[in-house]
Design a protein around this ligand. Structure first.
Ligand code: TRP
Ligand code: SF4
Length: 403
């Protein structure tokens, strides 16, 4: 079976080379191997940018243009805009019913971002629910894997826990539920209490010994049939039929892409080269990059490892150029501007076809619209299948009174 991959990006600004060398390149590989759903997370952008939405409107189309320009292919992957698929909202609402507040409050990004983005009021329901909406995005398509950066791992942990919690609540068929019911009755009040204490120890405190104790305890209860015993144990362990798949994290190499100052390339550090940066700006930015501070004068030798330019050579230059840099730097045979020149050329060469394709797409708004409409249609179909199972498992079909 082909794997299902889901990933989204928030439209809050232009993409840069860090996105390209990190997450986008991994998408390009994945779209050839797996069933991919890539979407523009405009609702997620709203969680922080709800006061002024004009920026989101623009960024949505810029993002689509840039995806297409780097080679994300609507014939290979399903590309869509999150808000075009209302099923994301319905699943988020339903999952919200079983999401403990504490799970959301303890996500590190929740407090961090509130601190960092002080100019915005992020004490909102929507912002608290960010990981919940993200969970709906992922579980809706039955994703096996989710390519994200390290900053998203805590969110994925919630997605996994919520899938498990959902399955343990609703993943049992009526027969199994009836066996549990009968089993509890057969146990009687006192023994049922002991049983639920053991269940709490296992499910809430993660105490694995509680399972062994429960096996022994249930084995001693005379009035239980084998079926009841089995279902009570399954209940204790939170085992259920898998209705929602637990997704795995697929860490992208985003963190390896250095910015202009040697730190990770990120908009919040102001050290980026945008994907569609004008060539003059690329040149200017690289020319003014800091270098090894030991090279005060042209005649002072340097150490490439102490230089952010070197870090970029690792990405953009082959072994020959790299050994030219190392030799020239450590002996002061080349100046820093000499050293930067092949880098400038490599970045420009990488960007030229991307820029050209971006211009192509930017001039074709109707085709862009067709792409996301087609994508949303395919996404809705897949999402609706999951939701039908979810509604049924939660008892929300209400077709007729059948109990
Ligand atoms: N939170 C992700 C980010 O900021 C964006 C996102 C939203 C996402 N929904 C998702 C990523 C679902 C992967 C899967 O990068
Ligand atoms: Fe950095 Fe290159 Fe200058 Fe050495 S020569 S300090 S690697 S820019």
């Amino acid at each position: 079976m082909t794997e299902i991959i889901v990933s989204g990006m928030r439209p809050t600004g232009r993409l840069h080379l860090g996105h390209y060398h990190g997450v986008l390149k991994s998408w390009l590989r994945l779209q050839d191997e797996a069933e991919c759903y890539f979407f523009i997370a405009d609702w997620h952008a709203l969680t922080t940018h709800y006061e002024t939405t004009q920026g989101i409107r623009e960024a949505v189309w810029d993002m689509l243009i840039e995806w297409l320009a780097v080679g994300v292919d609507p014939d290979k992957a399903v590309l869509f805009i999150q808000s075009h698929v209302p099923q994301h909202a319905e699943l988020a609402l339903l999952l919200g019913m079983l999401t403990p507040l504490s799970w959301l409050e303890r996500v590190p990004t929740f407090k961090d971002q509130q601190e960092k983005l002080r100019e915005r009021d992020l004490t909102t329901f929507g912002f608290l629910g960010y990981p919940l909406l993200m969970t709906a995005d992922i579980l809706l398509y039955g994703a096996h894997k989710v390519p994200v950066g390290a900053d998203q791992v805590a969110h994925l942990e919630i997605s996994r826990e919520l899938a498990r919690r959902f399955n343990s609540f609703y993943g049992r068929d009526a027969g199994a539920a009836a066996q549990v019911e009968k089993g509890l009755q057969a146990l009687g009040k006192r023994a049922a209490k002991t049983f639920s204490a053991l269940q709490r120890r296992f499910q809430q405190d993660g105490d694995a010994l509680a399972v062994a104790e429960a096996v022994e305890f249930l084995g001693q209860q005379a009035g239980l049939s084998a079926g009841m015993r089995e279902q009570l144990l399954a209940q204790l362990e939170g085992k259920g039929r898998e209705i929602l798949r637990e997704p795995q994290v697929l860490l992208t190499a985003a963190s390896k892409m250095p910015g202009l100052d040697g730190q990770k390339m990120s908009k919040s550090y102001g050290n980026t080269i945008p994907l569609r940066e004008a060539p003059e700006m690329v040149q200017k930015k690289i020319r003014t990059m800091p270098t090894d501070p030991a090279r005060v004068a042209r005649t002072d030798p340097g150490t490439p490892e102490k230089c952010p330019v070197w870090a970029l050579h690792q990405i953009y230059s082959g072994p020959e150029t790299q050994s030219w840099v190392r030799g020239g730097c450590t002996t002061a045979n080349i100046g820093c501007l000499d050293c930067k020149q092949p880098l400038i050329e490599a970045v420009l060469a990488e960007q030229a076809p991307i820029r050209e394709r971006a211009e192509y797409w930017a001039a074709r708004p109707e085709q862009l619209q067709e792409i996301v409409h087609g994508g949303a249609q395919r996404a809705r179909q897949r999402a609706e299948q999951t939701l039908e199972r979810v509604r049924a498992a939660m008892g929300l079909t209400h077709e007729q009174r059948d109990f």
